[in-house]
Design a protein around this ligand. Structure first.
Ligand code: 15L
Length: 265
């Protein structure tokens, strides 16, 4: 068993609910946290509600934890205030708590919206300059920078997952490029938790899709090998959505509809 105690934040969210039962095999105790309802603790679980913007609550939450999978926070475009609270202040509270409690590794759920203003006819790498497509993307770029500082200064390792679109199946043509199956999400998170050396790594969270805008070569040391592909959904999707409006910013840019959404009032 690689870990005594793993912490999963955002455990009540869409991907939190997917990972909660799947992370159990990596640890003796899985501590799950959120501000939303988490239900009862399953065998080997500890349920600990905590608000990211509360530094004392975060300090207590990370007590006795070996590693964190941080999915908590705002996960889509929203007004600035909730994003600043959860994704800007909340990430600082997480890393300060990690420093004080001696936590050595964090898997940080970043987002493809950190680079959403690159075009769909470009292939980019994690090392390219960020081009966030809204308040949410900016906040995730902030989180990546906070994590980089805590690695450079304090040696806390972080894998930043620029998650594409993790749903049971791709919902539109864009997601043929951005889709991350739930099984590949699990593979990616497990690789980040168990790789001997992570340092500070940024990786795009995508399956082995035929169409892709992201080159993960620089993150190969993680040992992540996606097994799924969006290709089997292509024919049905293209039939459902035949005409592409090439003037639409959501078709031009990688961030899709996010590029014309944020920041919201
Ligand atoms: C994200 O970051 C969101 O959390 C998710 O809901 C999707 O919209 C995804 O990006 C996407 O780009 O499809």
């Amino acid at each position: 068993m690689p870990f005594d105690r793993l912490l999963l934040t955002g455990a009540a969210g869409g991907l939190g609910r997917v990972l909660r039962p799947r992370l159990k095999r990596l640890c003796t105790t899985l501590r799950v946290s959120d501000i939303a309802e988490l239900g009862l603790a399953a065998a080997g679980e500890e349920v600990r509600p905590a608000a990211l913007e509360d530094p004392q609550a975060m300090l207590a939450l990370l007590d006795g934890v070996d590693a964190v999978v941080h999915l908590g926070g705002v996960s889509t475009e929203k007004p600035w205030q909730p994003i600043l609270a959860a994704n800007v202040v909340g990430v600082v509270n997480l890393y300060e708590a990690a420093r004080k409690q001696g936590v050595k590794r964090i898997v940080f759920a970043s987002s493809n919206h950190v680079t959403g203003f690159y075009r769909q006819d470009e292939v980019i790498s994690p090392g390219d300059p960020v081009r966030p497509d809204g308040a949410y993307g900016i906040s995730k770029a902030w989180g990546e920078n906070v994590s980089r500082f805590y690695f450079d200064r304090y040696g806390i390792e972080t894998a930043c997952l620029r998650i594409g679109s993790s749903f049971p199946e791709p919902k539109d043509r864009r997601m043929l490029a951005t889709w991350l199956s739930y099984d590949d999400l699990e593979r990616l998170v497990c690789a980040c938790l168990t790789a001997p050396v992570v340092g500070h790594t940024i990786v795009y969270g995508m399956s082995d899709n035929t169409t892709t805008w992201w080159d993960n070569t620089s993150a190969r040391h993680l040992g992540y090998r996606p097994q799924d592909s969006s290709e089997r959904f292509r024919a049905a999707l293209e039939q459902r959505q035949p005409a592409l409006d090439l003037e639409d910013p959501a078709i031009i840019y990688q961030g899709g509809t996010f590029v014309r959404t944020g920041p919201l009032d």
